[in-house]
Design a protein around this ligand. Structure first.
Ligand code: PNS
Length: 171
């Protein structure tokens, strides 16, 4: 069975992440989307919330599981006996950082963990969780960035009332 892990912060999951998840799930028999419990960052959503959001957003994909991890990705992957990590590449600016992580993971794991990159679909290339949070903080429209239930939750976190965008503006 071909299995892969898609690690990330997913704070919150965006349409860009979901595009990568969908495509990776069609390549691998089993995909585990795993939320990093990063004690150095102050996330908008707790790890448990991010896991629940991802479960809801991927419920139509039977071979996708959602999990969380702390510490090194290579240790987590070894425990799961998985040898492939998935990462999305939006633009050349992502590449240097991602290349460094991928090479570090390969070296640290003694060649056991490889990284496969999926290039983000062009319509999502501009998206990032950070910009989603910044836009929402200032009452901006995030309906084209995240699923509607996620947009509501993000607005709730900022204590804002969520108003659904008129259909014409969502198309
Ligand atoms: O969504 P993100 O924040 O860009 O994801 C980054 C992530 C989770 C893939 C990366 O930070 C990671 O794997 N962290 C776990 C710690 C680790 O293994 N570090 C070694 C590689 S430098």
């Amino acid at each position: 069975m071909k299995a892969a892990i898609y690690p990330g912060s997913f704070d919150p999951v965006t349409f860009g992440h979901l595009d990568v998840i969908r495509r990776a799930a069609s390549i691998f028999d089993e995909l585990t989307v795993s939320v990093l419990n990063n004690t150095q960052k102050t996330p908008l959503f707790s790890v448990e919330e991010r896991v629940r959001i991802l479960e809801e957003a991927t419920k139509d994909l039977p071979n996708v599981k959602v999990d969380s991890f702390s510490g090194l990705l290579i240790d987590y992957a070894r425990k799961k006996d998985v040898h492939v990590a998935i990462r999305g590449l939006r633009a050349i600016t992502d590449f240097e950082y991602e290349l460094q992580i991928a090479q570090t993971n390969r070296k640290l794991s003694g060649g056991e963990l490889d990284t496969i990159f999926l290039t983000t679909s062009l319509e999502y290339a501009y998206l990032s969780s950070s910009s989603v949070k910044e836009i929402a903080e200032f009452h901006g429209d995030i309906s084209q960035c995240v699923p509607e239930f996620v947009a509501r939750l993000v607005y709730e976190k900022f204590g804002h009332e969520y108003k659904q965008q008129p259909l014409a503006e969502r198309l």
